[in-house]
Design a protein around this ligand. Structure first.
Ligand code: F3S
Length: 726
C-alpha cells in the first residue's frame, strides 16, 4: 500500500492514501472488535481522530477528513466567497467546481451554451478566476454535469467526497462514499476544519442511512449503472449509497484512463467491501430477475407503478395520456450504456419508418459522452429520430428550460430519465405531469406518443402498415474504441497564483465580496428587540426563500432582502410584516432589520419547534448575521441549521421549558448575558414586557469550547483565519 498513485489524471500532487486509511481502520477495529460494513470502513478510515472518536451508529457525530470537495456553479458562489473571507492562499483539500446548473435549454447544445456564457459571464468569470487563485480545478460551462465528471475523473474506490449537490452519491458507482452537503460544509473542508457527520446507520432505506448494496446481483451491473442507482438513493433521503469494489468498476476505471487506480484498489480490495458477518441495521432483498420496469410519478419520484399497470393508472387518475415530451440524459442516466441502449430502440423505430411522436431531447452528461456518442453514431440516430441534443448541462432537470410547446397552466405529460419530478421542477408549469423512468422506456413511449404504450406487450404500426414489436434494447457498457475526450473543457489552477485577480465587478447585483463578520463586542446584550416572533413551521425556505432569489445567492446583501419573509409573525398572523419598535411603523422583515442595523440595535428572533428544518442552505444563517442579528431563540432547532448559525457567529438558544415560548410577546425586549456563555451552562435571559414586570427565562445551548471561540471571533472562518495567521 506504500505506492504513490495519483487520485486522478489532472492533479499532480494528490494521492490515494490506502496506507493511512488501513492504519486508521486497524485502530478502529481494535477498539470495536466486530466485523464492519463497507460504509463503516470508508468513514472510519477517514476519521480525524481514530483513537478518540466516539463511535455509535445513529448516535455519535463523526469528525471526518474527506479526500475531496466538489461544488456545482450555483452553490459554489457563496462557498467560495465565504472561503475567500478567511484570507487563506489556497484550499486545504483538493476541490473542483463544475459549471452545469446555469445553462438554459432553448434550441440546442451549441447555441444554448453560447447564450448561457453571455448571460452568466460575471458568475463564470468570478468562478474561473477564484478557482485559479485558490488552487481549485475549474470545469468550464459545456464540460458536463458535476456527477458525471466526478465519476469519469475523480471518484475512486474507498474514497470520501463531499459535494454541494444532492445527487453527489452518484460516485458510489465506483465504490466511493460521495455525500451531498450544504455550502457551509464545503467551506469547512476547504478551510481545513474537520467535517461532521452523524454516524449513519447502514442500509435500510431513508434518512440517516447509508445504503450499501451487496450480493450476487451486484456483479451484473455496470459501474455507470451502479452510479445511477446510487444517484437515485438521494430520493429516499439516504446519506449516500455505495457498491463494493468489483471487476466492473475496474473495467470502468481502465476505460477512463485510470487503470493504475484499479490495480491499486485490487491490492486493497479486502477493505473495499463488507467484512464477513458484518451486521446491517436493516436488510432489504431485491430479486433482480423479478424486477419489472417502472414509471414513477407524477410530481414525486416515489410513486412507482410497474409498466404492466401503468396504462390503467393513467386512466384511473385522469393523467393526461398524450406524451408531449420525452427527455433522456442528465446526471442520472447518460452513460455510454444508457445512450447506446436508447439509440438501439430509436434505430429500431427508424428501421420501421417511425420517428419520435413526442418532442424528444437528449442531455449528454459530459463532453466526453457527447463526443463519444457523436463518433460512434448514437447522436446521429437521435437526431434522425427527431431528437434535439441539448448542452452538456443540467438544463430541463433543474428548470433551465425555455419550454414553448404548451402554455403555463395547461395540463400535459412529460417523461424523463432524470431523478426527480417535483411539481414545476422542469418547466415551471405546475400543471405539467412529470414522470421519471429509464431512458429505454422514455424512448419507447416517445415513439408511441402516449402513456398507454407498454413496449413489453403492445405493438406499433410501421410505415408499411404492418404491426411490429420493438426489439429489446442492446448496447455496450463501455465504448469498444475507448472514450473520446472531446473538447478540452478543464481549467487547471496555475502554479503561480499570487498575481491572479479574482474578478467581481463592484456594480454586480449577483456577486459581492464578503467581508469577515465583526467579532463579538465582549458585552452583554441589553434591551434588545424581537425582530419577529415566528409562529409554527419555520423552514429554511421561510428563512431564505428559493425561486427567483437564487439569482442572488452570490450576493449576500441582495439575497438578504428575502430574510424571513416567509415566516408568520405571531403579532398579526401575517408573513413579512413586523413592527419597528424605534418608529412604531409596520414594515417588511428585512427592512426593519436593516433599520435596526443602521441604528446599531442588535435583535433576536423567537421561533417555534424544529426551526430551520429543510435544506442545509447556509444563506439562512448568513442573512440574519449580515443584517445584525444576535440570537435565534426557539423551542428546538433542526441540527444543521443550528450548526450553521454557530458557524456564522450567531447564538442559537432553546427554551429550557418549551412552554416559555408562550410567555414571550412579539413586542417584549430582552437582556442576554452573552459574557456568561460557557459549555454546558444555561443562559438566563431577562424579558421586559411592554406592560408588567420583567421576568427570567432559562435558555439552553449546545456550544462546545471550540464553538464558543467561533462566537467570540465573529465566525468559524474568522477563527480558522486567526489560526492560519499564527
Ligand atoms: Fe443537474 Fe438534475 Fe443532476 S439538476 S446535477 S442533472 S439532478
Amino acid at each position: 500500500l506504500d505506492r504513490k498513485v495519483r487520485q486522478n489524471n489532472w492533479e499532480e500532487n494528490n494521492f490515494i492514501n490506502y496506507k493511512k486509511m488501513s492504519e486508521n481502520l486497524s485502530i478502529v477495529r481494535s477498539r470495536l472488535n466486530r466485523p464492519l460494513t463497507f460504509a463503516e470502513k470508508i468513514l472510519y478510515s477517514h476519521l480525524d481522530d481514530p483513537h478518540g472518536q466516539e463511535i455509535e451508529r445513529g448516535k455519535s457525530y463523526l469528525k471526518l477528513r474527506p479526500d475531496r470537495v466538489a461544488c456545482q456553479d450555483a452553490t459554489a458562489q457563496m462557498a467560495i466567497l465565504q472561503f475567500m473571507s478567511a484570507g487563506m492562499d489556497s484550499v486545504a483539500n483538493p476541490t473542483t467546481v463544475h459549471c452545469d446548473h446555469l445553462i438554459e435549454a432553448q434550441v440546442g447544445g451549441a447555441k444554448d451554451l453560447e447564450r448561457a456564457i453571455g448571460i452568466n459571464k460575471e458568475v463564470y468569470d468570478f468562478l474561473s478566476t477564484a478557482c485559479a487563485k485558490y488552487n481549485i480545478g475549474f470545469w468550464r460551462p459545456g464540460s458536463g454535469i458535476i456527477h458525471q465528471i466526478i465519476l469519469e475523473n475523480y471518484a475512486f474506490p474507498g474514497g470520501l467526497l463531499i459535494g454541494t449537490d444532492s445527487h453527489t452519491p452518484n460516485g458510489g458507482g465506483l465504490g466511493m462514499a460521495a455525500i451531498g452537503v450544504g455550502g457551509a460544509d464545503a467551506v469547512d473542508v476547504m478551510a481545513n476544519l474537520p467535517w461532521e457527520l452523524k454516524a449513519p446507520k447502514v442500509l435500510g432505506g431513508g434518512t440517516g442511512y447509508i445504503v450499501e448494496y451487496h450480493g450476487p446481483g451486484v456483479e451484473g451491473i455496470s459501474a455507470t449503472g451502479m452510479g445511477t442507482i446510487c444517484n437515485m438513493g438521494a430520493e429516499i433521503g439516504a446519506t449516500t449509497s455505495l457498491f463494493p469494489f468489483n471487476d466492473r468498476m475496474y473495467d470502468y476505471l481502465a476505460a477512463t484512463k485510470r487503470k493504475d487506480i484499479g490495480d491499486f484498489a485490487r491490492s486493497y480490495a479486502s477493505e473495499l467491501r463488507e467484512d464477513e458477518g458484518a451486521e446491517y441495521d436493516q436488510l432489504i432483498e431485491i430479486n433482480l430477475s423479478e424486477l419489472e420496469p417502472h414509471i414513477n410519478g407524477p410530481f414525486t419520484p416515489d410513486l412507482a407503478t410497474p409498466i404492466s399497470k401503468f396504462s390503467q393508472a393513467v386512466k384511473e387518475n385522469n393523467w393526461p395520456e398524450e406524451l408531449k415530451v420525452g427527455l433522456i440524459g442528465s446526471c442520472t442516466n447518460s452513460s455510454y450504456e444508457d445512450m447506446s441502449r436508447a439509440a438501439s430502440i430509436a434505430r429500431d423505430a427508424l428501421d420501421h419508418g417511425l420517428k419520435s411522436k413526442a418532442v424528444f431531447t437528449v442531455t449528454p452528461g459530459s463532453e466526453q459522452i457527447r463526443a463519444t456518442i457523436e463518433r460512434d453514431g448514437q447522436l446521429k440516430t437521435f437526431e434522425e429520430f427527431g431528437g434535439i441534443v441539448l448542452a452538456n448541462a443540467c438544463g430541463p432537470c433543474i428548470g433551465q428550460w425555455d419550454r414553448r410547446d404548451v402554455k403555463k397552466g395547461e395540463a400535459n405529460s412529460i417523461l424523463s430519465s432524470y431523478n426527480r419530478n417535483f411539481t414545476g421542477r422542469n418547466d415551471g408549469n405546475p400543471a405539467t405531469h412529470s414522470f421519471v423512468t429509464s431512458p429505454d422506456l422514455v424512448v419507447a413511449l416517445s415513439i408511441a406518443g402516449t402513456l398507454h404504450f407498454n413496449p413489453l406487450k403492445d405493438k406499433l404500426v410501421g410505415k408499411d402498415g404492418k404491426e411490429f414489436m420493438l426489439k429489446p434494447p442492446t448496447g455496450d457498457g463501455l465504448p469498444v474504441k475507448g472514450y473520446d475526450a472531446g473538447q478540452n473543457t478543464y481549467q487547471a489552477p496555475p502554479k503561480e497564483r499570487a498575481d491572479v485577480q479574482v474578478q467581481v465587478s463592484p456594480t454586480s447585483d449577483r456577486l459581492q465580496i464578503l467581508q469577515p463578520f465583526a467579532p463579538w463586542d465582549g458585552k452583554d446584550a441589553k434591551d434588545v428587540p424581537i425582530l419577529i416572533k415566528a409562529k409554527g413551521k419555520t423552514t429554511t425556505d421561510h428563512i431564505s426563500m428559493a425561486g427567483p432569489w437564487l439569482k442572488y445567492r452570490g450576493h449576500l446583501d441582495n439575497i438578504s432582502n428575502n430574510m424571513l419573509i416567509g415566516a408568520i409573525n405571531e403579532a398579526n398572523n401575517e408573513a413579512n410584516k413586523v413592527q419597528n419598535f424605534t418608529t412604531g411603523e409596520w414594515d417588511a422583515v428585512p427592512a426593519v432589520a436593516r433599520d435596526y442595523k443602521k441604528k446599531g440595535v442588535k435583535w433576536v428572533v423567537v421561533g417555534d419547534w424544529n426551526y430551520g428544518e429543510g435544506s442545509s442552505r447556509e444563506h439562512a444563517a448568513l442573512e440574519p448575521r449580515h443584517l445584525g442579528g444576535l440570537a435565534i431563540i426557539t423551542r428546538s432547532f433542526a441540527r444543521i441549521h443550528e450548526t450553521n448559525l454557530k458557524k456564522q457567529g450567531m447564538l442559537p438558544l432553546t427554551f429550557a421549558d418549551p412552554a416559555d415560548y408562550d410567555k414571550i410577546k412579539p413586542d417584549d425586549r430582552i437582556d442576554l448575558p452573552c459574557t456568561k456563555l460557557a459549555v454546558g451552562e444555561p443562559l438566563i435571559m431577562t424579558v421586559h414586557p411592554k406592560e408588567g414586570k420583567p421576568f427570567d427565562v432559562k435558555l439552553l445551548h449546545t456550544f462546545n469550547e471550540a464553538q464558543i471561540e467561533w462566537f467570540k471571533n465573529g465566525s468559524a472562518l474568522n477563527t480558522m483565519a486567526k489560526k492560519a495567521q499564527k
